[in-house]
Design a protein around this ligand. Structure first.
Ligand SMILES: NC(=O)c1ccc[n+]([C@@H]2O[C@H](COP(=O)([O-])OP(=O)(O)OC[C@H]3O[C@@H](n4cnc5c(N)ncnc54)[C@H](O)[C@@H]3O)[C@@H](O)[C@H]2O)c1
Length: 252
């Protein structure tokens, strides 16, 4: 029977805060990790820091449909099947809906939703053929409860959740599980740059902290274990689920 450590584990956004912590977890569990990120140099550097051998760094824009298919097909041809896919790549800016533009909608939807469609579409046939697969996508609690100034992003992440449940139903019989992790506010470069855009970064972070029952923002190391568990062989009977990791901010 196929096992989690047999194939490759591809982590998109793997050079970022939550992505890099996830790559470290998977590498520590003995997986061979492919760190895929828009920033190829940071992906290479992150792969080089991982424990164990055979990890790879890859420049990848998840929003670029033909390139995602091309690169992931070439990866499989050269290095073997992808047994684990973790979709972490994501991006947003705080903007009131009335001030957003269709160009901004496209950008947010392409990275956060279409990016997930692209990677899943590329690797799922191989997982079905192998009779084993783990797909974990990172959405957001913004998708579950709404978030002011993040309407397009929340919608795109909501689409990731609905898509994941639907594909989970289609491929459960093939030994492939599909789940979603929803971080709450997490201290990474993404949230810091978004807070800075508001012009009151520190005050915003303090207000967020007060709203979280566990009284702090998450760190990437709070999120990565949940992703790694759902990506493990042991999570074999869990599929189509959405898990919030948010210090109790949402209890949906
Ligand atoms: N930080 C938070 O508070 C928070 C909360 C909820 C959900 N999330 C989600 O968690 C995920 C990780 O975010 P993070 O906070 O670690 O941010 P981050 O900015 O540290 O990491 C995101 C990574 O994705 C990469 N990326 C961006 N666009 C890409 C593209 N088109 N193709 C490939 N890679 C791309 C970036 O280069 C970066 O390395 C995202 O999906 C984000 O939406 C974050």
């Amino acid at each position: 029977m196929a096992h989690e450590t047999d194939g490759l584990a591809v982590v998109t956004g793997g050079a970022g805060g939550i992505g890099a912590a996830t790559c470290e977890r998977l590498a520590s569990a003995g997986m061979r990790v492919v760190v895929a990120d828009l920033d190829g140099a940071r992906a290479e550097a992150a792969a080089a820091r991982l424990v164990g051998a055979g990890h790879l760094g890859m420049q990848l824009d998840v929003a670029d449909t033909p390139v995602v298919k091309e690169r992931l097909d070439a990866l499989v041809a050269e290095h073997g099947q992808v047994h684990t896919l973790i979709n972490v790549a994501g991006w947003d800016r705080f903007v009131p809906f009335v001030d957003t533009t269709p160009e901004f909608w496209d950008q947010v939807i392409d990275i956060n939703y279409r990016g997930t469609l692209n990677t899943v579409h590329a690797v799922l046939p191989g997982m079905i053929e192998a009779g084993y697969g783990r797909i974990v996508s990172v959405a957001s609690d913004a998708a579950r409860v709404g978030s002011s100034l993040e309407s397009i992003y929340a919608g795109a992440k909501g689409a990731v959740i609905s898509f994941s449940k639907s594909v989970a139903r289609e491929v459960a019989k093939n030994g492939v599980t599909v789940n979603v992790v929803c971080p709450g506010p997490t201290d990474t470069p993404l949230i810091r740059s978004m807070a800075d855009d508001l012009g009151s970064g520190e005050r915003f972070m303090e207000a967020l902290t007060r709203a979280i029952p566990l009284r702090r923002l998450a760190t990437p190391d709070d999120i990565a274990p949940a992703i790694a568990f759902l990506a493990s062989e042991e999570a074999r009977f869990i599929t189509g689920q959405t898990l919030s990791v948010s210090g109790g901010l949402t209890m949906a």
